[in-house]
Design a protein around this ligand. Structure first.
Ligand code: ATP
Ligand code: MG
Length: 407
């Protein structure tokens, strides 16, 4: 079937005028970015729908890209015909021939009309086309509730539009409508999922990744970058900020009693992320913590770590079971990367027995007791590197055979 346009229905859309304009404006920008490279098509963002007129571009390929744009509830590949019944009949036959098959099936016609001057009103159109289909397809019968096939017909000023599919979109809100946040991205399973869910609610994310050469390998850093590339299709490209963490980890290991190593390390990570957030004009911090999953994620640990900032910390997977998070990771195709065995800085400096119930006063005390905390933080900030990562960038060999060999 040669579609002429893709009709896009908006997701959860506040009814207020200004928000609506912002939503549609952002979505338009994001769709434009997602469809970069298609030279013929034209995007028309209207109040209630968006029309992507293909002008010969490949509808299937376009829909593949649209599938990853947040803020789209669903979309329909559509054929436009001239405003006369011969043309409508013709196209109806073509579309039905494509999908009717030979088995008995049910159908209905659903007409909307914005041009009230057209010769048939919605009822007449439904009846006319219903009869037409019954006459030409003996295996089809009419059913109003839950039919197998729904042929939608829209009579508009500039033409008549026919469509028979409603494909579910990514949902959520257009990325950027909620402002910007810093995602603390490890190489693990949870934080990429947290990033995906944050983007789905309209947050534009930048990655903050801590690495500790020579204790962590290039592969660990590249894995975080590769994960970033996996999340990039939802936004076009993502800023990746790598933060050197070696000196801080060595110093903490030297100065802090073993039970508090992890708590104090995490306090440094969060302080640094918050400083980077200010530099990058972010509004929030996002991480992949889940209550009770590991020692650093008990509520006491969260109290002792969160203490360094009043910035909102968003934890999209906070109440999920690991199995639920893994399912999400598989759905967004980050799982296979996340389980590649390249240790990140937290694993390598993890004490054998971290305190599961650290005390806030002790955590503060051990941190205060360290020499030159400001200098440590400043030197780490001086060493950050910022890059842009696109979905087409690659940093690791992700060949399944290679992965299998490493595991
Ligand atoms: P993940 O699967 O996201 O690594 P996890 O269950 O392994 O999570 P931790 O390793 O304790 O949990 O990390 C908790 C959170 O701290 C992570 O989800 C991530 O947001 C942040 N984090 C951990 N390590 C790093 C790192 N090297 N760089 C940036 N953020 C990190
Ligand atoms: Mg981890």
């Amino acid at each position: 079937m040669q579609y002429t346009e893709i009709m896009v229905r908006y997701g959860e859309l506040s009814t207020k005028g200004k928000n609506r304009r912002e939503f549609i404006g952002r979505l338009n920008g994001n769709v434009t970015k997602a469809l970069h490279g298609f030279d013929q098509l034209r995007i028309h963002p209207k109040q209630d729908r968006m029309h992507i007129v293909l002008n010969g571009d490949d509808g299937k390929a376009v829909m593949g890209r649209l599938h990853e744009v947040f803020g789209i509830e669903n979309y329909s590949p559509t054929v436009k015909v001239a405003k006369n019944m011969d043309a409508v009949h013709d196209m109806t036959t073509k579309i039905m021939a494509d999908i009717a098959g030979d088995e008995p099936k049910t159908f209905k016609i659903e007409t909307r009309r914005s041009d009230h001057h057209f010769e048939l009103d919605t009822n007449q159109m439904n009846l006319d086309l219903g009869d037409w289909v019954l006459d030409h397809f003996p295996n089809l019968t009419v059913k109003m509730k839950h039919p197998d096939i729904t042929l939608r017909v829209e009579v508009r000023r500039d033409g008549i539009y026919l469509m028979n599919q409603k494909i579910k979109g990514a949902g959520g809100l257009p990325v950027g409508t909620a402002g910007k946040g810093m995602l603390m991205l490890s190489g693990g399973i949870d934080s990429p999922v947290a990033g995906y869910l944050a983007m789905k609610r309209g947050i534009d994310i930048e990655m903050v990744h801590f690495f500790s050469p020579p204790y962590t390998s290039d592969n660990a850093l590249n894995k975080a970058k590769e994960l970033t590339a996996k999340l990039a299709p939802y936004v076009g490209k993502i800023t990746f900020i790598q933060v050197p963490f070696t000196e801080i980890q060595e110093q903490v290991k030297h100065d802090v009693p073993e039970g508090y190593l992890m708590t104090v390390q995490r306090r440094f990570m969060l302080q640094l992320t918050d400083k980077i957030r200010v530099m990058r004009h972010g509004l929030a911090i996002i991480n992949g913590e889940a209550v009770g999953q590991v020692a650093s994620q008990t509520l006491e640990s969260m109290v002792a770590i969160n203490d360094v900032t009043t910035t909102p910390i968003i934890r999209p997977v906070v109440t999920m079971d690991k199995t639920e998070i893994i399912q999400h990771a598989k759905d967004i195709d980050t799982y296979d990367l996340s389980i590649m065995p390249f240790e990140d800085c937290c694993t390598i400096f993890a004490p054998p027995a971290p305190k599961t119930h650290p005390r806030l006063d002790r955590a503060r005390y051990y941190e205060d007791r360290m020499d030159d905390v400001d200098g440590l933080i400043q030197r780490s900030l001086d060493g950050i590197k910022i890059s842009e990562i696109k979905s087409t960038d690659h940093f690791l060999n992700t060949d399944q055979d290679v992965i299998a060999e490493l595991l």
